[in-house]
Design a protein. Structure first.
Length: 461
């Protein structure tokens, strides 16, 4: 008997967790944290719907928190099995989980101090000890290396683009001698991103679990270079500050690379860049160490003229240095996490600079429903940060061309090599409208049998 259960990323782009049961052996593909609206975040505090100690192992597709962030919580509930990931994901996850633990502790202390918690003492979802225990369980596995988890279950990682080390997971299972191939897309990246390899064409499969973050959208034919160039040159002319909320993993490195490339091409002056994210600084070191997994050459990533740092770039790890950025005058760029403005130091910069009409905020990539990032894109004139009303006077610019997710056309292009229709396609990791739109595309273009699962649903394969 082979069963697949959906415990996250259903009707939303966060909390990815898929439980595969092969004749009593249970493997969890991804172990993500829910992010966005409060009703989703509260799910992180609920006891898992499955028995944690029954999970034999976990397979991680990549190191974003919505795919790995629940791991320490699972360890807290008793999980002790192996966790598999690609080597870059293992390195990035170690940084990401420790940073998230730190932010959880810091945020809980802040809420307790400011008395903005519903509880007398706010608690973190997990602490650094939980994160350290999780990291010790991770076993790195190279792309293309077949791993036997049980005699009836083997898997292989295939490059998915998206971020450094991101993978799709090809699982070969056996149901009493009958083979079944289940393919998990992970998050599929875009083609031509200079800092990651292109997604590898998927193999034929019996069942497909496919993301749909941009399942109903086409990325606009915009040139991120030109949009960045225009915004930065405006900031230079007006001596203003640009705030760029960016994920510490991938987006910060991508934006830094593009800005430095614009400087190299003399399309913009050498503007000061402040990277205010201890995690992003550590992640940049990891990116430099895996130059063979980038499309651009060693000289642009790992050499002395590395495009990920430079004389114009200041790195800020210390909190006091971060606070000092409140006094920075333009022209300057401040890049800080988190990417969807769901936490981190960027919130304090926004409190300080959103009311200033001379400030430009550049958002890059997907903003989940309910996040502060989505509210800014929607044009909200007042937003609440740490329960404080903040007037939005700053100019908001969105650059969709920097998204790390394939759009609907690119997803269809990625799936094109699959000639024989899977028995069933499970469309996940998308807001309901996006998943429904992608199902409509797949039915129209490929005549595939599709299903959008709901949270907690179990199906037999």
């Amino acid at each position: 008997m082979i069963e697949l259960s959906f415990h996250g990323a259903t009707g939303t782009v966060t909390g990815s967790k898929y439980l595969l049961n092969v004749n009593g052996k249970r493997v969890l593909i991804d172990c993500g944290m829910f992010q966005g609206p409060r009703e989703l975040r509260l799910l992180n505090w609920e006891k898992p719907a499955f028995k944690t100690t029954d999970i034999d192992s976990i397979i991680l597709t990549h190191a974003h928190i919505d795919h790995i962030g629940f791991l320490p919580r699972l360890v807290k509930h008793g999980f002790k099995g192996k966790v598999y990931s690609t080597p870059p994901t293992a390195d990035l996850a170690a940084i990401s989980l420790m940073d998230t633990a730190h932010l959880q502790i810091e945020d809980a202390a802040y809420r307790t101090r400011k008395k903005i918690s519903r509880h007398k003492k706010a608690l973190p979802l997990f602490n650094k000890t939980d994160a350290e225990r999780s990291i010790k369980l991770i076993t790195p596995v190279s792309f293309g290396e077949e791993i036997t988890v049980t005699p009836e279950l083997r898997f292989v990682f295939r490059p998915a683009g998206h971020i450094l080390g991101a993978a799709g997971v090809e699982i070969n299972a056996s149901d009493n001698g009958t083979p079944r191939r289940v393919l998990f897309s992970g998050d599929v990246g875009r083609f031509g991103n200079p800092l990651v390899l292109d997604p590898v064409p998927p193999s034929e499969c019996d069942y497909l679990v496919c993301e749909s973050t941009y399942g109903g959208r086409i990325h606009p034919p915009e040139d991120p270079y030109s949009m960045l160039e225009d915004s930065i040159n405006d900031a230079v002319a007006n001596k203003s500050v640009i705030l760029i909320p960016a994920f510490a993993i991938s987006r910060t490195q991508q934006i830094t690379y593009l800005i430095n490339d614009l400087i190299r091409q003399k399309r913009i002056p050498s503007i000061p860049i402040h990277i205010d994210s201890p995690m992003a600084i550590s992640v940049t070191d990891i990116y430099r160490g895996y130059h063979e997994l980038h499309r651009v050459g060693l000289d642009r990533i790992g050499g002395p003229e590395c495009a990920l740092d430079g004389k114009n770039i200041s790195m800020h790890r210390d909190r006091n240095e971060s606070k000092a950025l409140n006094k920075v005058k333009g022209p300057a760029i401040i890049i800080s996490a988190s990417g969807m403005l769901s936490g981190g130091r960027i919130l304090h910069h926004l409190i300080n600079r959103l009311p200033d009409p001379s400030t430009t905020v550049i958002t890059a990539g997907f903003m989940a429903g309910g996040t502060l990032g989505r509210k800014l894109l929607n044009g909200d004139e007042v937003v609440y940060i740490h329960k404080r009303p903040i007037r939005v006077k700053a100019k908001i610019v969105s650059i969709h061309g920097l998204s790390g997710h394939a759009d609907s056309f690119e997803l269809l292009h990625w799936l094109e090599p699959i000639k024989k229709a899977p028995r069933k396609v499970f469309v996940t990791h998308g807001e309901q409208s996006q998943s429904e739109a992608f199902v409509a595309y797949l039915k129209k273009e490929r005549n595939w049998d599709c299903h959008i699962p709901v949270l907690g649903e179990t199906v037999q394969l």
